[in-house]
Design a protein. Structure first.
Lengths: 355, 351
């Protein structure tokens, strides 16, 4: 089995397009979604700290993780948008995405209801899970999206969904998205082996943001590129070495088309950047000074925006309108979440079982 | 060994071994519902190391009776994904001890998905595994561990003690929309290689499909002096002990809850209210376990129940299961120990 490369798969673009008729439509869709994701994450970064800092918290504390409008841990995906839109641009509603603790970008790209997702983070009754999941446990069966708080745990879930699709003949594809830290979990290896063995319609998307919390990829991973691991499981491995939505879309589109027509799984490693800490409030002492600033110099949204402007696919007024629209959507979602009531105490005892 | 039992016309009521009854339930549900399928190690052509899927591969083929690699995390993780997408998987772990390999999928994923999704995602799946000691398989292949599963919110736990319940509880498990852990005791299966339990291993089992509802205990034996609550293999040890105690004029009532979650609390309380004495016998570990839970349920209701003697517990006394033939029965409760415990209960009163 020969590895795919970016040029080869770009040539295969005619094979897919389930939702968008033209490359231009797809690029514009990706651009709009990336703007929405970035606006969402940058807004959450601010809203998250509401009520968490002095003087609103108990004296002596520098930061109270459980206080404020959005309690608990918060993992933001700014800088990783390209991976999400590159993949989801090729997914249909019947396809499923199984994501991680840092999953807002995939949730938004897959079409999860932004207002209910936000209400969930606020712990409100209108949340996707009626306030019982929080931001690491977003489930939207209508969008076929689920994420997971345990590193690597969702990877076999995608294989199970792919197996179900095969058994039921639905033609659906499943995507497991995870970070470079997850490839060192046993669940990754068990899942890839079975997917390769049974030629399951699944795509494994590893986002290499170079960090597993604080430990760099170099310090945790025996191989430079995780793509080589694909060979051990009888599937092609493709690397996207740049944080570039167009390249990611080309590679993901080919892998999804390959899965859909019964040729089996693909492992993709996409280079992305993590602009925020592992969690909000992470002091990031492990990160070289100036690293994030340098990474932002190659921002994937600005890159796509330039391309769209240069090709005439969008005009300056269109850019301004798109940015305004993203702001409005996020503000509406936050407003919806703020106005939603908290669940009643009885809610705590519901849904332990399905009956 | 014969998976299919041939019944001749006019023959006496059909008897099945535990494993045959369990397989019959799976077969009938697989015929009824194309969403039901099995996956696990050696479930295919071999029919399961403990014959828990014997004969099914031949009828349903490799797509619905799926042999997997030795990958417990993937087996359970895939069961979750498939269940969320319209299937009703039965995932076999072979030995319950192996759940240690994949406990995250049970502890953090399968048990919690319905709750964490606010009811949006149902997981109709069954995890099966063999349990129990008795064949000197030592500490990594002899545990029961049902208390672990019962402790985690979101899992139903069935531990049948006989062929009739094995079939009826399996049918209920497969039809349940919540995850069910169904544990079969190796000593009770009726396999020709393991005949060490003092019990009649083949009993009457109706051929037609039926369910044993979860949360309904069985009164195995009625009595007036002492209530014994026992599970799986311990039910049979208790039956032997009760016969011996009868000779001494002590009348024993045995309650088999059949499912730990949901637990038929009323049946236990009803019996204890009648006898005034309770012995809980379990093959799981003693401390922080099922026996303590049942004792606590009674303790919390002492305003309504009058005990004549303190509650007693018999379980694996907080050691791993030892290998030697001389040692294994020291830690796993035996009939003689049950007799001694009941004797002591009859001689003790509450101050």
């Amino acid at each position: 089995m020969s590895d795919l490369n970016v040029a080869a798969v770009a040539a295969m673009n005619g094979m897919e397009n389930p939702m968008m008729k033209t490359d231009r439509e797809r690029m514009l869709w990706m651009y709009h979604r990336m703007l929405l994701i970035r606006e969402y994450e940058d807004t959450l970064a601010i809203v998250y700290f509401e009520g968490k800092l002095p003087p609103k918290i108990q004296k002596g504390l520098a930061f109270d993780i459980g206080a404020g409008s959005i309690p608990g841990e918060m993992h933001l995906a700014a800088g990783q948008e390209a991976a999400a839109v590159g993949v989801c641009a090729h997914l249909e509603p019947r396809d499923s995405v199984w994501a991680t603790h840092r999953a807002h970008h995939f949730a938004i790209a897959k079409g999860v209801d932004l207002r209910r997702m936000t209400a969930e983070m606020f712990g409100k009754v209108d949340g996707l899970s009626r306030g019982k999941g929080g931001h690491m446990h977003l489930y939207d069966p209508h969008a076929n999206f689920a994420c997971n708080g345990i590193v690597g745990a969702g990877i076999p879930h995608a294989c199970g969904a792919a197996l179900a699709a095969k058994a039921r003949g639905t033609g659906a594809v499943a995507v497991a998205e995870f970070g470079d830290g997850a490839v060192n979990e046993g669940s990754f290896h068990e899942s890839l082996n079975i997917a390769g063995l049974w030629k399951l319609p699944v795509v494994f998307v590893c986002q290499d943001n170079n960090y597993g919390i604080s430990v760099s990829k170099r310090a945790s991973t025996a191989v430079e590129s995780n793509v080589v691991r694909a060979a051990g499981y009888g599937m092609p491995g493709v690397s996207v070495p740049e944080n570039d939505a167009v390249q990611m879309s080309a590679v993901a589109g080919a892998a999804i088309a390959r899965a859909r027509c019964g040729e089996g799984p693909t492992l993709i490693e996409m280079k992305v950047d993590r602009y925020y800490g592992h969690f909000q409030g992470d002091p990031e002492t492990y990160r070289p000074k100036g690293e994030v600033k340098a990474l932002k110099g190659q921002d994937p949204i600005l890159k796509l925006e330039r391309m769209l402007l240069e090709s005439g696919a969008i005009e300056a007024t269109g850019v301004a309108a798109a940015r305004q629209q993203a702001k409005r959507s996020v503000a509406e979602a936050i407003e919806f979440a703020r106005n939603s009531p908290y669940p009643g105490a009885a809610e705590a005892h519901q849904h332990v079982f399905a009956d | 060994m014969n998976a299919e039992v041939v019944v001749k016309p006019g023959a006496p009521p059909r008897k099945l071994a535990y494993f045959q009854a369990m397989v019959e339930a799976i077969r009938q549900e697989m015929r009824r519902d194309p969403a039901v399928f099995c996956l696990g190690e050696d479930v295919g052509a071999m029919g399961g190391v403990f014959q828990s899927t014997v004969g099914l591969f031949k009828e349903f083929g490799p797509e619905r009776i799926r042999d997997t690699p030795i990958s417990e995390t993937a087996i359970l993780g895939m069961a979750l994904g498939a269940a969320a997408h319209g299937m009703r998987p039965i995932a076999e772990l072979m030995f319950v001890d192996f759940m240690g390999v994949c406990f995250d999928q049970i502890l953090n994923n399968i048990s919690k998905t319905h709750y964490m999704s606010g009811g949006a995602v149902k997981l109709p799946l069954v995890i099966t595994a063999s349990t129990g000691g008795g064949i000197c398989d030592a500490a990594q292949h002899s545990q029961t561990l049902h208390g672990f599963f019962a402790h985690v919110p979101g899992l139903k736990v069935a531990i049948p003690s006989n062929p009739y319940d094995a079939k009826g509880l399996m049918t209920s498990a497969i039809r349940d929309d919540s995850p069910v852990v169904y544990l079969f005791h190796r000593g009770l299966l009726g396999l020709p290689v393991m005949g060490y339990v003092e019990a009649s291993l083949a009993t009457e089992v109706p051929e037609e499909s039926y369910t044993v509802p979860f949360g309904q205990a069985r009164v195995v034996r009625e009595g007036d002096d002492v209530t014994i609550v026992a599970f799986a293999q311990m039910v049979h040890k208790a039956i032997v002990a009760a016969a011996e105690l009868d000779k001494r004029g002590i009348s024993v009532e045995i309650i088999d809850p059949r499912t730990l979650v949901p637990l038929d609390v009323d049946a236990i309380l009803r019996s204890v209210a009648k006898t005034g004495r309770l012995l809980v016998v379990d093959e799981d570990y003693l401390s922080y376990g099922v026996t303590g839970e049942i004792a606590a349920l009674v303790a919390e209701r002492l305003d309504r129940i009058r005990l004549k003697s303190p509650v007693r517990r018999l379980a694996v006394a907080d050691t791993p299961i030892p290998y030697s033939r001389a040692l294994e029965p020291v830690v796993i409760p035996q009939s003689a120990g049950i007799v001694a415990a009941v004797d002591e209960l009859m001689r003790t009163s509450i101050k």
